[in-house]
Design a binder for this molecule. Structure first.
Ligand code: ZN
Length: 172
């Protein structure tokens, strides 16, 4: 694929202030979820469940890598990174982040996201749904540490919990 139509760039997101002088930068959360679950449905029909989840994970990771470059790339101290990340995710309405365990030497983390954009309030489904978030967290940790990470959601609103909990481990 030499000529790609959709290679990510922040420019693709456009000038929101110019484009929406009256409506502004916000929309209703159900619109975001409508789009996400419509993508999931159609992708699953075309590609199967496993590949759909994989694409969501990869997309989350790409988003985080780009987001990191834009917002956090000058931060060197881990505690400062965590503080800034927490504030940014809260201010943007993405979720309320908390690191429950952080061992940067071992490359092992447990973190929670409450009031998560993707899943808070969803019905109990018996499986975790926040695959995009898994990739997003992996992308953030990889960008900060320079090492590859595997992130797995272990608790989710969809498994009957009231926060999403993720384990992150460095890939050796
Ligand atoms: Zn979740």
């Amino acid at each position: 694929m030499a000529d790609r139509k959709y290679k990510f760039s922040w420019d693709l997101l456009g000038d929101i202030a110019l484009g929406r002088p009256n409506l502004g930068p916000n929309t209703r959360l159900e619109v975001y979820r409508l789009m996400q679950f419509a993508f999931r449905d159609v992708m699953e029909q075309h590609l199967g469940t496993e590949k759909t989840d994989h694409i969501f994970y990869e997309a989350g990771k790409l988003a985080a890598v780009e987001f990191y470059k834009k917002v956090f790339s000058n931060i060197k101290d881990f505690n400062e990174f965590v503080k800034c990340l927490r504030e940014t995710l809260r201010d943007m309405g993405i979720g309320i982040l908390r690191f429950e365990e952080a061992d940067i030497e071992k490359g092992a983390f447990v973190l929670t996201v409450s009031e998560d954009l993707d899943c808070s309030g969803l019905p109990e489904l018996g499986y975790e749904i926040c695959t995009y978030d898994e990739g997003f967290i992996a992308g953030l940790l990889e960008s900060f540490t320079g090492s590859p990470y595997k992130v797995k959601e272990v608790d989710c609103w969809c498994t009957g919990d009231r926060t999403c909990r993720f384990t992150a481990k460095v890939i050796k």
